[in-house]
Design a binder for this molecule. Sequence first.
Ligand code: DGL
Length: 294
Amino acid sequence: MSPNLGALAPAVTSGPSLLRQAPVGIFDSGLGGLSVLRAVRAMLPGESIIYAADSRYAPYGARDADFIADRTLAICSWLVAQGAKALVVACNTATAESIALVREKLSVPLVGVEPGIKPAVQQSKSRVVGVLATRVTLASARFQALLQRHGADCRFLCQPGHGLVEAIERCDIGSPEMRARLEGYLAPMLEAGADTLVLGCTHYPFLDATIRDIVDERMTLIDTSVAIARQLERVLAQHDLLAESAAVPLPPRFCSTGDGAHLRQLALTLLQIDAPVESVDIPSRRTATAPQAA
Ligand code: DGL
């Protein structure tokens, strides 16, 4: 069949201005990457965004390394197939387990995330720092190397946030149960003199208000979402891929491997973005390929 796209094809594949208008793909195991999306929209309002939440398989923090790498690669590949010009793996757990693999397999510009150990060390006065992250992130070689590299003279109290991602996926960011769970994690840090808390999972910034209510002025919270947005800006500029600035950010294209209801609710409640969510099937080696029931 003779394609009717002859005139468009060269421009689409090689025209830098069209490529600059292509979306940035942002991916998380679930809803946590919305905290990164919020920062990206604030800093780069001209960028279109396609957001993929793997809510069907969240939380990743309870999965094995091969599963996380398999899903991360499948979703990043899918985002590229949807036309993404660059990717943000907005998940500490997925970055810790698979960023090297994704870099090896995909040639698209890529930004990963990691717990804010360096800024925490720079700002802690008591030299005792709490870190809240998933069990997988804390146990990863990448996180241990981060501590080695930037840990300096600080003492780190690393607490796996068991149950937090599951609750946030249900849009629970401040129930009495959530508060009690957080108090259980934070009280030993406060008793040990921690004055800084690293939010080492992109879901946790949504607990900001509840955590502040518990710790008062006693701890500074380290959320790296603004630094990630800045890094994305740098990477896009390096590749001459920055979109033209816009006065008002475009609505993102939201996609979820779950039913998307909670993604829509959290985006509306916390980000004031009212946009539909597409339910998508993204098969991978470790997961079933049957389309999901609507
Ligand atoms: N937002 C992910 C992270 O930053 C959560 C991981 C999970 O699904 O357990 O690690």
